[in-house]
Design a protein around this ligand. Structure first.
Ligand code: GDP
Length: 400
């Protein structure tokens, strides 16, 4: 699962680290000076300007800053030296017995800086934009919606820009802050079974309505949910609320008999609200814990059919409204989620077919677009293949 996004993210983190480091190397070249001649104590140590001291680039990527303007061990002078018209200010005259003679051309402020000592980096806003460009592309290619990318950018830039990062921690920091940002972008998960458990014994069944377009795995997800509830000790009744699509009633009947749970069904073309209503009455009469109601998986764009769904919601007064979509559907799934959420205000989603999803971005995008949790991932075609969504595990699976 999500192997493509994982590989791409790992590549980006490495490349970003290199971009920052390479820029710093460039800056060293820019202000490189010959080794200082060192005289014995009391004598002057002099470094003369060389042609190399002239800036080789007009808009360097890096600003290198050292604490006291001391030439580094390799005889390289941090650019800060040049920033005050070439004169180094000695901060600690007792320690420093060197004086830079000559003028190092002032370098423009760069994208990345070394700060305080040559062992720390600082990423500027422009530098961040440069490394984020690649991340933006790879996220978009992996089904992460633009609005999520923008949100992620804001969060990540808030964490990285201006932060002093030790050279050896550069990769770890970029990875860590990306992880933190993703954590903030993803809505906290929620286990629907907690609410089911709370209602058990109340004399009223827990009612769950399922929405989503045809072929996305809605019926299979209902069957998986029924199986899970049974395994957790809850009794279940199914309602064949999709009275529109040919063979849908037969399809859910097969699941009901395999799972050995009752099914309430009417004829094709009948009012789906009535099917849901009857299933709830049946559950009340037989003290069944949970009612799972299927609905017609019509295109979310057909407004008259969506108003039918509003009626089902009104009549069955569900405890949960779950939207089902394919993890592999990308932007289509996000559009569907948004439309269903606007129409009937969903409580959360199940994303099916995550087992064949190499990208993973739909999961982030659907959760972000609806501001509702992902309840479960469908991870195969067996009943057991319904996995409670775990945010940390998901982030870990992206290699972060
Ligand atoms: P519906 O029309 O939305 O009710 O979709 P179905 O439940 O009939 O599922 C459509 C197809 O997707 C079927 O072949 C299912 O076996 C398959 N499917 C459903 N969920 C998953 C899943 O999580 N992983 C995989 N690989 N296939 C799934």
């Amino acid at each position: 699962m999500f192997s493509k996004l994982k590989d791409k993210l790992s590549g980006w983190i490495k490349k970003s680290k290199e971009t920052v480091e390479e820029s710093v190397v460039d800056a060293k070249v820019e202000v490189e000076m010959p080794k200082a001649k060192t005289k014995k104590k009391g004598e002057e140590k002099i470094i003369k300007e060389t042609p190399e001291m002239k800036s080789k680039k007009s808009g360097g990527l890096v600003e290198e800053v050292a604490p006291s303007g001391v030439p580094s061990a390799e005889g390289k002078v941090p650019s800060e030296v040049g920033s005050a018209e070439g004169k180094i200010e000695e901060e600690d005259k007792t320690k420093i017995e060197e004086e830079i003679v000559g003028k190092v051309e002032e370098k423009k402020s760069g994208f990345f800086s070394k700060v305080k000592s040559s062992f720390k980096y600082q990423i500027s806003e422009e530098g961040f934009d440069e490394i984020f460009d690649d991340l933006e592309m790879l996220l978009l290619e992996n089904n992460v919606a633009l609005e999520v990318v923008d949100d992620l950018k804001k969060k990540l830039s808030g964490k990285l820009v201006g932060k002093e990062i030790k050279k050896e921690d550069l990769e770890k920091e970029i990875r860590g802050e990306l992880k933190n940002s993703l954590n903030e972008v993803l809505i906290e998960p929620d286990d629907p079974l907690d609410a089911v458990g709370l209602k058990k014994g109340s004399g009223k069944p827990f009612v769950i309505l399922f929405f989503g377009i045809n072929g996305t795995g809605k019926t299979t997800s209902i069957a998986k949910m029924a199986d899970l509830l049974k395994r957790k000790g809850f009794s279940v009744v199914l309602a064949a609320g999709d009275t529109f699509r040919a063979a849908s009633i037969e399809q859910i009947s097969i699941h009901a008999s395999k799972l050995n749970v009752p099914l309430i069904k009417h004829d094709y073309g009948s009012d789906p609200s009535a099917v849901g209503f009857d299933a709830i009455k049946y559950a009340e009469k037989h003290r069944i814990d949970v009612v799972l109601i299927d609905t017609a998986g019509r295109m979310h764009t057909k407004t008259n059919l969506l108003s039918e769904m509003e009626k089902i919601v009104r009549v069955s007064d569900p405890d949960l409204k779950i939207f089902v979509a394919e993890s592999i559907a990308g932007n289509d799934a996000v559009e569907q989620a948004r439309a269903f959420n606007e129409m009937i205000e969903i409580d959360g989603s199940i994303l099916s077919k995550a087992d064949i999803d190499e990208k993973g971005g739909t999961i982030i995008s659907v959760s972000h677009a609806t501001h509702k949790p992902i309840f479960y991932l469908g991870v195969g075609q067996e009943y057991k293949d319904l996995k409670l969504f775990d945010k940390q595990e998901f982030i870990d699976s992206l290699g972060l």
